[in-house]
Every structure is written in structure tokens, then in C-alpha cells.
Write a protein that binds this ligand. Structure first.
Ligand SMILES: Nc1nc2c(c(=O)[nH]1)N[C@H]1C(S)=C(S)[C@@H](COP(=O)(O)O)O[C@H]1N2
Ligand SMILES: [Mo]
Length: 421
């Protein structure tokens, strides 16, 4: 199992990433430095649809493998067999680009009270990029797989493990054939090493952990990964069956070979005893006003409240904004690009008088599921859902409460005498 001690070199690596990111991201630590993590530095990242690489958060557990695109190969195993050099993936198959809102399943973990372990993210571990690559379906069809038949695709990262665990994640083969890609570019540039160079899996709308970086093996299986599934040493199922599962304190989640639904919220409502973090739960963040400085307001000039909202495999149906701490709500307009698996922009023209305001946004997905107000205490588990609260869970996963993401904004009268006209 992975060790719990901080590792040499971890801080240097984080500093190097922050340097490459030109200050667009900030360091976020977990107490034992087990993860390499940096998050978006600024709420204003969430006022825009496309997240520049420089502002895209980073999160992984192990050291970044020393990789060379020229001799990187992805092994096809399980119900398929083959070795795919990266050059063949790039040249022999169609090239596509997909938009994907990547959200770490631990986004919002820092809002759990009492605190849970690991990286104390606020809302800064979410971002939207265009990823260029090859459809998984094109590769698998070529190898004789063109229907899912209830099977699973397990992607394995080439990152050297800290302990003896293998970074392996399984997704339903139906999702993989539907819209997943093996990506080798991000926002039109070669994949940066911290984002998975030379090739990673992109699972549109699904939590970051499913988007395996540095992919070295794709395995078609009858079940999701359990111990013994892989032809290699070590712990196979840690990242699928133990970590990234939602459960109350002190509970060891049960191992499953399959689940009746991959929808994370349906699982949370009871379909699976201890849900897997698959597609993202409905969520929104206000990007501007950012609350960092007072907003000047003149007569008849509304303030544009702008942000982003996403809902995993679902569409965003509605975003409401409150400027009075949740007492009253108004509908915002959705606008801009509309891609499955990526967030929508929202805006609301706010006629504000000078004063101090507590602002919230809350989104509803197209199945009518709305962000809860708060995160419950540790004893409630699923019952929290009846009280419009998100269930506190020991790993701090999939949180989407709106109150902890609110922003305090001061509105000030424009000083007419100092204006240039
Ligand atoms: N091989 C590998 N892939 C990985 C991880 C990892 O530790 N190893 N971390 C996952 C997690 S938890 C997240 S949130 C995303 C983050 O992707 P990003 O760093 O490109 O934002 O990568 C995922 N893919
Ligand atoms: Mo993550």
C-alpha cells in the first residue's frame, strides 16, 4: 500500500509546475504531501468558458513518469490484444477534439466539517479545456470491439507507484465507446507532462480521477477492476474500490464487480451502497464579481454576474443567483458553447445599490437535481439529502453545496467627480 510519509522532491516538482503555469495557479497542499496538486489561483477563472492551460488545476498522486512520445506504447489487453505505438494512435485513426470539464472528485473537500483528510480544495479544482486525440471507439472497433455488452474499460497509468498500488480506473465500456478519447493535445498544444504527456484518457463530464494520465494499458474486462484483475504485481483495485468511494466515517466500502448505474447522484440516492465517483454532480461557481475588490456602480448600469455551471453527463437546465444570502433567487441566462461534458456560462444583470452582499449561484440539472445548500454533519449520510444537504463523507468526494462557494461583494457608488469625462 502507498506510504503515508512526505516524499523528497515533491515540493520542487510542485514549484516547477507553478513556474510553468506562470502564476495562474496556486499551490494547494495535503498535510502529508502525498499528492502533487495546484489549483486555479483566482475566482475569475470561472468567468470564462475555456480555461487556459496556465490556469488549469493539476492533481495526481505519484511522480510524473519520464516519458518520450516517440517510444510510448499503449498495450491493449483483456478481450483485445495488441500494442499501439503512440505514433499509430496519432496517425492511423481519426483526430477529434472534445470539450471536457475536469473536476477533481475532491473539489469542495475543504468545506467538510469536521475536516476530512487529504487535499483541502475549495472550488479551485475544476477547469474546462479542449482535448485533441483519437476516439477510443475507433481504436476498439479496429480490434473487433464495437459493442459494450455490459463490459468495462480499465485504463492504467504508467506513473510509478509510491507503494505497490497500480493506478487503474475502470469505466463502463458503453461510456468509453460513446465519447471518450485518448488525448495527446490540450487546448491545441502538446500535452504538458503534468497533464498526462504523452497520452491520457479523457472521459467527458466525469470526475478527474477517471481521466487516467500517462496511459500505458487499456484492458477490456467483464467487471470493473478488482484485486487480481491485472497481469501484474501489486494492489490492483485500490483506486477503484477503496479510494474515491463515498461512505460514512470508519466504513470500508464493499467491492463490486459492476454497478446498476454509473450516475454518481443516482448511486448517492441509494442505487449503490458506497457510490463511485463517476460523472460530476451538478455544480456552479460565480467567476465575477470576484469579491476581491469593491465593484463601482453608476446610475442605470447593471453589474454583470457571470459564472459557470456543469452537471457531468447531464445538461444544465437552470442557474439561479441570490444576492441576499439565499433569501431570494433570480434566474440567470445560460449562454455560450454547449458541449456535452463541459460547463455552460451563465450571466445575470444585477441592478445593485451600494452595500455589502453575500452572493450564491445554484444550478439544476436536466433531471431536476439541484445543488444542496450545505454539507451535512458526519452522522447523517444519505438522510442529509432530505434536508437539502450534501452527505458528509469520509473522503470528502463529489461535494456540490452552494453556500460554501458563495462570494462576499461590496458595491460602491461611482465617484462622478473623478471620472474622466
Ligand atoms: N495516472 C494517473 N492519472 C491520474 C491521476 C494520477 O494520480 N495518476 N490523478 C487523477 C486525478 S485525482 C485527477 S483530479 C486528474 C487531474 O487531471 P489534471 O492534473 O490534468 O487536471 O487526473 C487523474 N488522472
Ligand atoms: Mo482528483
Amino acid at each position: 500500500m502507498a506510504t503515508e510519509s512526505p516524499r523528497e522532491g515533491r515540493h520542487e516538482e510542485i514549484e516547477a509546475i507553478v513556474d510553468r503555469k506562470a502564476g495562474g495557479v496556486s499551490e494547494t497542499r495535503d498535510e502529508a504531501d502525498k499528492y502533487t496538486v495546484v489549483g486555479a489561483a483566482d475566482r475569475r477563472t470561472y468567468a470564462n468558458w475555456l480555461t487556459p492551460i496556465e490556469e488549469h488545476f493539476v492533481c495526481h498522486r505519484n511522480d510524473i513518469p519520464d516519458a518520450d512520445a516517440d517510444d510510448w506504447t499503449v498495450a491493449l489487453t483483456g478481450h483485445v490484444e495488441g500494442d499501439l505505438p503512440l505514433s499509430e494512435i496519432e496517425e492511423s485513426y481519426p483526430t477529434v477534439a472534445v470539450a471536457h470539464t475536469m473536476e477533481c472528485a475532491g473539489n469542495g473537500r475543504g468545506q467538510h466539517r469536521p475536516e476530512t483528510g487529504s487535499v483541502q480544495w475549495g472550488f479551485e479544482a475544476a477547469a474546462t479545456a479542449f482535448w485533441t486525440g483519437t476516439p477510443v471507439s475507433s481504436i476498439l472497433r479496429e480490434h473487433g470491439v464495437d459493442s459494450a455488452d455490459g463490459r468495462w474499460l480499465t485504463a492504467i497509468g504508467g506513473d510509478p507507484a509510491d507503494g505497490d498500488d497500480v493506478f487503474a480506473r475502470s469505466i463502463p465500456l458503453s461510456k468509453a465507446l460513446d465519447d471518450c478519447i485518448l488525448a495527446y493535445e490540450m487546448n491545441g498544444e502538446a500535452l504538458p507532462r503534468e497533464h498526462g504527456y504523452p497520452v491520457r484518457l479523457i472521459v467527458p463530464g466525469w470526475y478527474g480521477v477517471n481521466n487516467v494520465k500517462w496511459v500505458e494499458e487499456l484492458r477490456i474486462m467483464d467487471s470493473m477492476v478488482v484485486q487480481g484483475s491485472l497481469d501484474r504485481d501489486g494492489e490492483h483495485a485500490y483506486w477503484q474500490q477503496t479510494a474515491y468511494r463515498m461512505h460514512p466515517e470508519g466504513v470500508e466500502p464493499e467491492t463490486n464487480e459492476t454497478v446498476e448505474t454509473a450516475d454518481t447522484w443516482d448511486q448517492l440516492e441509494g442505487a449503490v451502497e458506497h457510490p463511485y465517483t463517476f460523472d460530476a454532480t451538478v455544480m456552479s461557481v460565480i467567476g465575477t464579481p470576484s469579491g476581491e475588490e469593491p465593484v463601482p456602480v453608476g446610475a442605470d448600469e447593471p453589474i454583470e454576474v457571470r459564472g459557470v455551471a456543469w452537471a457531468g453527463d447531464e445538461g444544465v437546465d437552470r442557474v439561479e443567483v441570490s444576492t441576499d444570502g439565499g433569501d431570494t433567487w433570480v434566474d440567470a441566462d445560460l449562454f455560450g458553447p454547449e458541449y456535452a461534458g463541459a460547463w455552460r456560462l451563465f450571466r445575470y444583470d444585477w441592478d445593485a445599490d451600494p452595500g455589502e452582499y453575500r452572493m450564491y449561484s445554484r444550478a439544476t440539472d436536466d433531471r431536476g437535481r439541484r445543488q444542496p445548500a450545505t454539507i451535512s454533519g458526519p452522522d447523517d449520510w444519505r438522510d442529509a439529502l432530505d434536508d437539502e444537504a450534501f452527505p458528509w463523507n469520509e473522503g470528502g468526494y463529489a461535494a456540490n453545496a452552494y453556500e460554501p462557494n458563495g462570494v462576499d461583494v461590496a458595491v460602491r457608488e461611482t465617484d462622478e467627480s473623478s471620472s474622466a469625462e
